[in-house]
Ligand binder design. Structure first.
Ligand SMILES: C[S@@+](CC[C@H](N)C(=O)[O-])C[C@H]1O[C@@H](n2cnc3c(N)ncnc32)[C@H](O)[C@@H]1O
Length: 319
């Protein structure tokens, strides 16, 4: 990624993470290969891919209409080599079929939200900026963070905070949310951030701040992020042509665990319990791991791009 590329991306407020690593590990074939960027966002990674392989054709998918409009401008240099779809990456096979693609050579998922989404208070992703408790990546979808806080039963709220936020005092937090909603509807991010900060010992002392974990949990639920990821991994691996690669960048341990476990399972030739004399599982190995350990950002990248610090990249190749 050169200076011009960085400046171009900064204009739109999003700098792609692990740019060189994605180029080196994902864009390995030359010629008119088919690439899916399932999280095209502000077109950062896609631009790099289309510049590295000037014959590649791209299907860029995103749930967010605003991001897609920006991607269309940023990727205009590649003309008719680029196709964009407003959809979920869990539908990547159907999106590809719409172009007549029945196999592809590379798939990228750069999970989570982009800087412009976080920095826009109207979207409600940031606990640092006051705005509506929205958190939808697709503003046309039905579920919002405020609807969850105002309608979910105690058990579901508690589970979401415990499982998706790994919040220690998930029961206290769920109790407080329900107690307060009897007096007043949950509407604003600042109110929720304030509640999180007011519960002593709600999270581990040296971990991320309580509002950050609570917002992460709600965002995962609003956008069904873990279900989306599991389906995209299954569909993606099936859609890859032999020798094709899938790269996933995750930003928290729940996502990374799903990617690691799925790639490892598909890279094993047998799933039978140890000790069986013959294989009865019927499983077939379909992947080779390109990264045994996740690739993380260099010191230099961490210094210049704060979002890169928690990023983990895993890459696998179809056999
Ligand atoms: C971290 S940003 C991607 C940035 C992009 N790689 C770039 O360099 O500009 C993640 C993007 O994925 C989108 N997204 C997240 N989950 C999605 C899903 N399930 N389906 C489609 N898009 C999704 C978000 O709307 C956001 O634009």
């Amino acid at each position: 990624m050169n200076e011009n590329d960085i400046q171009e991306n900064q204009k739109f407020g999003h700098v792609p993470v692990l740019p060189r690593e994605v180029e080196d590990l994902l864009v390995v074939k030359t010629g008119p290969v088919k690439v899916i960027d399932g999280t095209v966002g502000y077109g950062g990674h896609s631009s790099l891919i289309m510049k590295k392989n000037v014959e590649a054709v791209l299907l860029g998918i995103d749930r967010d209409g605003e991001a897609l409009a920006a991607a269309e401008k940023i990727l205009s240099f590649a003309g008719n080599r680029v196709h964009l779809a407003k959809d979920s990456f869990s539908n990547l096979a159907a999106c590809a079929a719409g172009l007549g693609w029945h196999s592809v050579d590379a798939i990228l998922l750069d999970l989570g939200v982009s800087s412009p989404q976080i920095d826009d208070p109207r979207r409600g992703f940031s606990y640092r900026l006051d705005g509506p408790l929205d958190m939808r990546m697709d503003v046309q979808s039905r579920e919002t963070a405020s609807r969850i806080l105002n309608t979910y039963p105690y058990e579901d709220l508690e589970r979401i905070f415990r499982e998706y936020g790994e919040i220690r005092k998930s029961r206290t937090l769920a109790d407080e949310i329900i107690r307060r909603r009897k007096q007043k509807e949950w509407m604003y991010t600042a109110e929720l951030a304030e509640l999180c900060d007011s519960i002593p010992g709600i999270v581990r002392r040296h971990g991320p701040p309580a509002p950050s974990l609570c917002f992460q949990a709600l965002r995962i639920e609003v956008n069904r992020e873990l279900e989306e990821l599991k389906k995209a991994l299954e569909e993606g691996v099936k859609l890859l042509a032999p020798g094709g690669r899938m790269a996933v960048i995750s930003f928290h341990s729940l996502e990374d665990r799903i990617v690691k476990q799925y790639f490892s399972m598909m890279a094993r030739y047998c799933l039978c319990p140890p000790g069986l004399p013959v294989c009865i599982c019927g499983h077939r190995q379909s992947l080779k791991l390109i990264t045994r350990k996740p690739v993380v950002a260099s010191e230099e990248e961490r210094r210049t791009n704060r979002r890169a610090a928690p990023a983990k990249l895993r890459v696998a190749e179809k056999l």
